[in-house]
Design a protein around this ligand. Sequence first.
Ligand SMILES: [Mg+2]
Length: 593
Amino acid sequence: MFDIFLEVIGAILATVIFYTIYCGTRHPLIQNQPGIKQITIGFGLLLLSSFIDITDNFPTLNFLVIIGDTELEAFIEKAVGTTLGLLFLSSGFRLWLPSIHELVNTRQSLNILTIELDERVQRRSIELERSNNNLKIEILERKKIEKQLKHQALHDALTMLPNRSALIDFLELEISSPDNHDSISALFFLDLDNFKQINDLLGHQLGDSVLEITAKRLNGLSLTKNRFIGRLGGDEFVLVMTDIHPDPHFAKELVTKMAQQVISALDRPIYLYEHKLKASCSIGIKLFSSKSQEIVSDLLRQADIALYDAKGKTKIKGGFSFFHEDMQSIMIERVNLAREIHDALERKQFYLHYQPQVSSDGQVFGLEALLRWDHPTRDIIGPDEFIPIAEEAGLIDKLGRYVLHNALSECSAFFDNQVLATKLKIAVNISPSHFLQIDFVNQVKEIMDSFELKNCHLVLEITESVLIQNIDEISEKMEQLHKLGVGISLDDFGTGYSSLSYVQRLPFDTIKIDRSFIRDINTNSNDAAIVDAILAVTASLGVSVIAEGVETREQQDFLEQRGCENYQGYLFGRPTFLIDCSQILNLNITDSA
Ligand SMILES: [Mg+2]
């Protein structure tokens, strides 16, 4: 009885299991999978074969289930049911497994995609954060660049001082300011006296250093009034001092003291490399007040005119001038003169006078060619008036070549004379900028060759300004000129940069003592001492000396007693045309013959 109970329980359990499996196959996710029907049928056949097994083992149930009568039949039925069930199951699973694989693969791919997506999101977040940071940096950089551009637009890149635009802004604001109506202000227009020379001769790098030092010195000034310091370009600086004083006379006194302070600050020597430079300044000053409602461009122009006056009127470096109305016409004259010099060269209005150079025995051994200008509407103009303007206008080199060419052309008759050629030298003045041109020696050679002179005792007179350049380069150039048979004189010695040490280091043939030491040599012990020193050094070096500007017999005697044997000056002959000099020379030749 218990056996029957167990079989029933077993059959119920088997049925339940089958039903559960069947229901599982009906689940929406499973029922559409391929092979599910075969699996269901397979399980059904296995269940059925298990029932056959139960009835085999428990014959009491045989009458309840129609089944084979013998054990063999039952076995065959069971075996057939089981085999068919397993076949269905295996075919069902064979059909379903790919779907499961696909599902698993899909899930794995999904997982991988999810991970990749997470990584992408993470990377993108980092990128976005980085882009955001870069954007912030870029915005800061842009703001910085904008600030720099604004600064550059209003400041000079070399000295960092405010520039012309900043000056105009400052002046316009100042003029329109209602607070300063009753007070005088001053505009200083500064220009370095020797800057062009320094820049041309020593190079732009050294010139820039001079400008930087000048800017620092101007910034270091302890001017008490409101001020603006700027650089307009080149060697032009500007100072504006506002609200100085309501009383014009008192204000002018204060401005004068300030100008002296500025000049004194810039007058100190500048030591750069082996050079000791002087970058003194000249100043043009324009006083103004807001009340006068002046235009900024007029203020600048008038201060500039006053500067030209400061530089030109006395030729004293380091001066200053206040603008006044008369200066306008002077300025116009200078501009006109510069244009006329250019025309005069084209129209050959320049000509040469010659001044004899004489030895103590009265023999003329040289002629210095001196340029004159036969101006069409004025009297003859001397070089003191037009040379500075020619230098400013950049015409001095052209003028130099003109003189050299004409002097050789005019004197070629002398050089062809065998007797005269050995006795006579022709001296030509050469400007520093012309002498320092790279091809200067070639220029001289070409001009000399163009005349095919058999004997040519040419002497070039250069001033001390040349000596601020590299001594070795000057020395080499002088040697090249010596090879051409050209002598070199150091002109106006004692007035410029040089010291006697330069005379020792450079191969000068002649030193010309400046007339300023000769004028009072009989009465001024300082001048006499300087001349003594020059004569002592040149005698030891074997360099000849010419005293310039000798006008009296006393001066000549004084110089002769001290060993100076060569002279030039009105005592021996004023500058004159070559034809007049020829007569003197012929006499001398006849006398000496
Ligand atoms: Mg001279």
